[in-house]
Design a protein around this ligand. Structure first.
Ligand SMILES: Nc1ncnc2c1ncn2[C@@H]1O[C@H](COP(=O)(O)OP(=O)(O)OP(=O)(O)O)[C@@H](O)[C@H]1O
Length: 251
């Protein structure tokens, strides 16, 4: 069965000043799937990820196309705020705001001008349920988000991203700061979430990529070396560099 594409890069290139850190990246991220970006430190994974919702605009020159619903969103006239509503981002460190759990979740909705209390209440519950946090916090929604554990804070950040109902979530090593139990909870959450949206995730954790990702892209020194179904990348890579990386020869 043909999978549809949620987002496509064509000849994506990223430069920090003169330094060329991503070269001709051509990727089609399948819809309702989890795609992992893997590769050694400095290979350009986060750079490519951040470019996908224009988070690199202030730091880098991004060339090439990023096609989303038939529109190249890598153009100056595109509304970056709208792009980031539809393509959300979750960072490596949990970044709750110093406010209540409730206010954290609806932060983006408030920015968008939503005032209807019923809509806000409903969206808080929906997003916290999707992020598998509702049962743990439903009786303390007015408490400070900073009092939550690291794993809960990261699920809260996922809920905050979900609250504006994005179609794609970008995740930059979302569990690297967490313990194994929290990591496993978040991986379970991601597998549930892909029923509704598309997930693109940078990870250094090869077990995580092989457990959670449907597709995997391997990057090396700013180049995309191989992109395939995760099982093929791990069990039967086409490229020697991929095999060398996965067997620990470098990285
Ligand atoms: N804001 C920036 N300004 C200048 N150079 C940068 C910036 N961000 C990243 N770089 C450089 O770009 C290259 C790619 O970095 P990037 O963070 O994308 O790699 P990565 O594969 O995600 O690495 P890691 O796994 O360590 O996070 C590195 O050489 C890095 O030093």
């Amino acid at each position: 069965m043909q999978t549809s594409t949620a987002l496509e890069t064509k000849n994506l290139q990223v430069l920090y000043g003169e330094k060329h850190v991503a070269h001709d990246i051509n990727l089609k991220f399948p819809q309702n799937k989890i795609t992992a970006l893997i590769g050694a430190s400095g290979s350009g994974k986060s750079t490519v990820l951040r470019s996908l919702n224009r988070m690199n605009d202030d730091f880098a020159t991004v060339k090439g196309e990023i096609n989303f619903h038939g529109v190249n969103i890598n153009q100056p006239r595109v509304n970056v705020y709208r792009v980031r509503q539809r393509i959300g981002m979750v960072f490596q460190q949990p970044t709750p705001f110093p406010m209540s759990i409730y206010e954290n979740v609806i932060y983006g909705l408030r920015l968008a001008g939503e005032k209807d209390r019923r809509v806000l209440d409903q969206r808080v519950e929906e997003s916290l349920r999707q992020a598998a946090l509702w049962d743990e916090v439903k009786d303390q929604l007015k408490s400070s988000a900073l009092a939550l554990s690291g794993g809960q804070q990261q699920r809260l950040c996922i809920a905050r991203t979900l609250a504006v109902r994005p179609e794609i979530i970008l995740m930059d090593e979302p569990t690297s700061a967490l313990d194994p139990v929290s990591t496993s909870q978040i991986e379970d959450t991601l597998v549930q979430l892909k029923e509704q949206l598309t997930i693109i995730m940078v990870t250094h954790n090869m077990q995580q990529a092989s457990r959670s990702a449907d597709w995997t892209a391997f990057m090396h020194q700013g180049h995309l070396i191989e992109f395939d179904k995760t099982a093929n990348i791990f069990m039967n890579p086409r490229e020697q560099k991929t095999a060398d990386y996965l067997s620990g020869k470098f990285g």
